[in-house]
Structure formats: C-alpha cells, structure tokens
Design a protein around this ligand. Structure first.
Ligand code: AMP
Ligand code: MG
Length: 349
C-alpha cells in the first residue's frame, strides 16, 4: 500500500479528498491529517480494529492510550461518563484548540483505544482540515502523532510520508502545523485538575480560567521513582542519532561554552551540530549551525523544534549542542520535549 497524498489548505479545502478520507476512516482504514499541534494518524476511535492498526503502524506500545478527536461539543457526552463543571468552563474557553482533557470513559469506548484504561482523553482541534475529516468519519477519530514511535512528532507532511507512507491509505498535506508541539493534557479524573503534559496552554493560562491546576510531578522530574501519569510521557521518547546536550546559563556563557565544546570535538575528528536562535546564529563559527527561530518569538521556537531535530538525524554529526529555550510562556513545554530528546543531559555554562 502506498498512501494517496492530498494537498489542501484550511482556506481552500478539497471536498472530494475529504469525502474520501471520511470513507476510508468509516471503513476502518487510516488517514494522516494536519492539526494545529502536530500531524495526527487517524482511525475510527470506536472501532477496536482501527485502533489496533494505529498501534501497528506507529510501532506504539499498546498500553499507551490514544486521544479521541471530536469536532462538535454535542459529541462529547457519548464517550464520557461525566463532564465536571470546570471542564465545561475550560472547553467553552479553549475548544476548539490545543487542549486535551481526560475523563472517565463510557462503555462505547473500546479498551483498545484507551490502552486498557477506564479513562479517555478527548480533544477538539481548531484546524479546519482536521474538523472536516472528523465530521466525515462519523465524529470520533483516534489520532496520535503521525510518526513512527520513538521519532519526533511530525510538523510537516514530509515527516509523515517519511515515517508512514506505506502504512496508511491517505496522507493529507495541509502545510506546516501552526504550533508544532503536542497538546496540553489536563486530567479531570483527579480531584484537582492536573496537567499531565505541558503544551501551548500553560498552567497559569488554565488557572486564570478554572482556578487551581496542578502539575503532574512526574513530568519535569528526572527522578525515576516519580512516574508520569500519562503512559506516553514515561517512555524514553525520541533520541537523536547524535549525542545531544542542552547548555544552560547566561547567553554569553552559553555561546562561549558551545564554541569551546565544538572546537574540542572537531579537533577529535567528530562532527558537531549546534541548535541556536536567530539572535546568536552569527556567533558560532564552527560546526553545522541550525537556528530554531527568533528567541524573541517563542512560537517560532516551538514550531521548528521537531523539524530541526529531524534534520540533524540526516546530517553526519556525532554531537549536538543546543541552547536552552526556557521562554516565558511555552518554555516548560519546549524544554520538556528538548530535555527528553537529550536524555536530560544538561551542561551548565
Ligand atoms: P500522542 O497522541 O502521540 O500525542 O500521545 C497521547 C498522549 O496522551 C500520551 O502521552 C498518552 O499517554 C496520553 N494519554 C492518552 N489517554 C490518556 C489517559 N486516559 N490517561 C492518561 N494519559 C493519556
Ligand atoms: Mg506522540
């Protein structure tokens, strides 16, 4: 099987291709499509066989649950037992958008989709292509990130094609994703709503809407006794082929330290890659330099992170040194992904 590629934009939808995507999904097949966070690998969420196909295509461990994507608020009640008041308020403010909420599941949601759990994760994406695919599929689409398990999430159709073109029926190319990091996950099965995965929406933004929100202590810690509650956050995620380290400290010290490390490695005959920002790009004379965007624009950093990590996998480098991107709003989400890729290797400059 070789996936059919359909190119469209949110402004100019291809109705025929969307109809076909809906048919494929209704018949139990798989379609990859863009959302505002990353590309998703979609299958009918209420069909256990389709969920199994998703796990097989990604090579994903079957105890790592899938997020069900809906396009209409009226569809939520069928798949959950109860929606707490605060979740309703948050949905009214943040859906459609990059927010996933976890509820107790109803009986119609198969355990194949929830990885055996009694809870279910639900999101309503804002991307119009995603919404139209979901509606045409019957309303409930399980869609984990459309990458091979263990690789960076895809932010462009090219990444999906590289990983999955012979494993899905159709890939919708809707250009680069707007945010480039996975959704914020908030668990409403806990007494106090708890963030299981940081994303575009941070703790402070959520607290402004619904009051106290906790952060799962397992997600930022390197202590292996503190296990993150979201199964997917426990797995060793993507690790680049090269040895990646994050260099922290004042900007002057970081630049100097990275240049010294690069020189030493190059003298040893190794290949070196550097992940920096537009502001510092010209200050690295050695190695292969990739800017992740302007530090003054954290959206651009989030958007390019996975792309730069994937790009370095194709280059002949043995060591990658990255600046730290602890930016004001999305810093926690960006650093969560980057530190996981680095296996928590931090160098203090
Ligand atoms: P992905 O769709 O690839 O972004 O991954 C989905 C993430 O949501 C993974 O980290 C899952 O472990 C997490 N997740 C999905 N459903 C649940 C659930 N019911 N309880 C806790 N975490 C969940
Ligand atoms: Mg994923």
């Amino acid at each position: 099987m070789k996936a059919e590629i359909a190119v469209m934009t949110e402004e100019k939808l291809d109705e025929n291709a969307l109809d076909k995507a809906g048919q494929i999904l209704q018949q139990g097949g798989l379609v990859a499509f863009p959302t505002e966070t990353v590309y998703g690998l979609g299958g009918d969420a209420l069909d256990p066989a389709a969920s199994k196909k998703i796990y097989a295509a990604k090579g994903r461990p079957s105890d790592n649950p899938l997020i069900i994507h809906i396009a209409d608020m009226g569809h939520l009640q069928k798949i959950v037992k109860r929606v707490p008041e605060k979740a309703k308020i948050l949905a009214a403010r943040c859906w459609p958008g990059p927010l996933t909420m976890i509820f107790e599941k109803s009986d119609c949601v198969p355990y194949e989709t929830t990885g055996g759990l009694e809870s279910v994760a639900v999101r309503m994406p804002v991307n119009r292509i995603a919404q139209e695919v979901i509606r045409r599929a019957g309303g409930y689409v399980a869609a984990p990130s459309a990458n091979t398990s263990g690789r960076p999430s895809p932010t462009m159709a090219r990444h999906v094609i590289d990983d999955l073109s012979d494993k899905v029926e159709m890939i919708i190319d809707g250009g680069m994703t707007d945010i480039g990091l996975e959704s914020t996950i908030v668990d409403f099965t806990e007494e106090i709503p708890t963030i299981l995965r940081p994303g575009y929406l941070n703790q402070q933004m959520l607290e402004e809407v619904i009051g106290e929100v906790r952060l799962d202590p397992g997600i930022l810690s390197t202590d292996s006794n503190l296990r993150p509650k979201a199964p997917g956050m426990r797995y060793k995620h993507y690790a680049p082929r090269a040895d990646l380290a994050v260099v922290e400290g004042s900007m002057e010290n970081v630049v100097e330290t990275i240049n010294t490390l690069a020189r030493n490695r190059l003298d040893e005959g190794a290949g070196v890659g550097i992940i920096c920002t537009d502001e510092t790009f010209s200050r690295y004379p050695l190695g292969k330099i990739k800017s992740i965007g302007a530090r003054s624009n954290e959206e651009s950093i989030a958007m390019h992170l996975y792309q730069v990590l994937r790009a370095f996998d194709e280059e002949e480098v043995d060591y990658i040194y990255s600046e730290s991107f602890d930016t004001p709003r999305m810093g926690q989400a960006i650093m969560n992904r980057l530190l996981k890729a680095a296996g928590h290797e931090i160098i203090e400059a």
